[in-house]
Write a protein that binds this ligand. Structure first.
Ligand code: HSE
Length: 443
């Protein structure tokens, strides 16, 4: 009997060799037998494109990347690959290299959320034209399998809402503020010391990273296209230790949430996509997400509530998601199958920020005398904003005598009505200060 010829190796080109890239390289180089068994053919790391070949690339625990794999000629590397893995980040040259790979018929795996959120439609179109996979499990919430479950497992259901803690740095910061009562600056410094936050923490603290992930999650969940510019974004810079303490007193915890939801009929509604700090009730599963962990809570018509939890960043966790996509793309390559294209079904209008509907908690300082509470309540009523709970605490300190703290939690209201209400309340003579306005989600 003639011997069965063994399948030729699938060549993987790795673009980028930072924290994630080194771990992806290790995953391919250290487990060739496992990988070949899972794919059905050997998987070969054809090379790693880097800016400079001089530096020694090594994982946190000392696995040294063979220097002969490093090259500065990314284009030549892409041209000889079956699967291109992009973990370099940024828009260029990642976009051009991915475009080149797709055009040449290679499958692409990327962890680049910013690129997908900004230029996703053109890349998906190119992948569709070429009939190849463009996979991106690692782009949202690191190790957590969330892209494939929403894209595939829930493709026969209707997702109504996604609430995600998708930025580990801000979750760490808010958790520190909650457990230790420190102010934001102090918590950010601790996050920097532990390597969670960058020296310039803007991308995390101001919600840009979470907004890119929100755009991707909304596009997947609603089979539509949501770009980064469609996401209303507010970071955590305004959150104070007092806000966190008040959240606790009212049975909540403050989280930076990515929210994507359908408003109106699930198959013909508008969608709202936003990132902002929110009060989450203590008994909601997202309230239990501590430290730098991520979680995504999905509400679907058929499936009901689902929660996905795990590590959202870091070399090995992110590489786990990348390697899963590499195996998936390599398997399809081996069977000669076409890549799975993105849904093209719907084009839901994305609502402007002021049309979003949420519950709010407004904390204000008022003069503590007869009729003031009724006055404030009257303004809410005039604007059609319904009150859920009111909590008043009088201050007994000498310098603040006669001042009461009022915490009003509303039923669901439009953002625009709420803003108009808060402006009108602020103009009332007995109102000394609007201390904070926070959205309430998950109740
Ligand atoms: N900086 C992100 C985070 C990880 O803190 O979750 C990469 O998206």
């Amino acid at each position: 009997m003639p011997e069965k010829s063994s399948p030729s190796p699938l060549r993987v080109a790795l673009l980028g060799c930072g924290v994630v890239g080194t771990e992806v390289a290790r995953g391919i180089l250290q487990n060739p037998i496992d990988l070949a068994a899972r794919v059905g053919a050997p998987v070969e790391l054809a090379g790693i494109a880097v800016r400079s070949v001089d530096a020694v690339r090594v994982t946190d625990d000392g696995f040294v990347i063979p220097s002969e794999l490093l090259t500065t000629d990314a284009e030549a590397l892409v041209d000889r690959a079956d699967v291109v893995v992009e973990v370099m980040g940024g828009i260029e040259p990642a976009r051009t290299l991915i475009g080149r790979a797709l055009e040449a018929g290679a499958a692409v795996v990327t962890a680049n959320k910013a690129l997908l959120a900004e230029r996703g439609p053109e890349l998906f179109e190119a992948a569709d034209q070429a009939g190849v996979d463009l996979l991106f499990e690692a782009a949202v919430a690191g190790a957590i399998p969330i892209v494939r479950p929403i894209r595939e497992s829930l493709a026969g259901d209707h997702v109504r809402r996604v609430l995600g803690i998708v930025n580990g740095t801000t979750n760490f910061v808010l958790d520190k503020m909650t457990t230790e009562g420190v102010e934001l600056d102090q918590a950010v410094k601790e996050a920097q010391a532990l390597g969670y936050a960058e020296a310039d923490p803007t991308a995390d603290v101001d919600g840009f990273d979470a907004a890119a992930k929100a755009a991707i999650l909304a596009s997947l969940a609603f089979h539509t296209r949501v770009a980064l510019k469609d996401v209303a974004r507010e970071g955590i810079r305004g959150v104070t230790a007092a806000d966190v303490a008040w959240a606790k007193r009212t049975g909540h915890v403050i989280k930076l949430l990515a929210v994507a939801e359908v408003i109106g009929p699930v198959d013909d509604g508008d969608i709202s996509v936003r990132v902002h700090p929110a009060l989450v009730p203590d008994d909601h599963p997202l309230a239990a997400v501590r430290g730098a962990f991520n979680a995504v809570f999905v509400e679907a018509d058929g499936a009901g509530p689902l929660m996905f939890y795990g590590q959202g960043a870091g070399g090995r966790p992110t590489a786990s998601a990348v390697l899963g996509d590499v195996v998936s793309a390599a398997r399809r390559r081996l069977t000669g199958g076409k890549g799975v294209r993105e849904s093209k079904g719907q084009a839901f209008p994305v609502l402007p920020a002021e049309a979003a509907i949420t519950r709010f908690q407004v904390r204000l300082a008022i003069a503590d005398r007869p009729g003031v509470l009724a006055q404030v309540a009257g303004v809410l009523a005039e604007h059609g904003v319904s009150i859920d709970t009111v909590r008043q605490t009088s201050s007994h300190t000498e310098d603040q005598s006669g001042i009461a703290n009022l915490v009003i939690t509303t039923h669901a209201a439009r953002e625009a009505s709420l803003r108009a209400t808060v402006d009108a309340v602020a103009r009332l003579e007995p109102v000394r200060q609007i201390i904070s306005v926070l959205r309430v989600e998950g109740s």
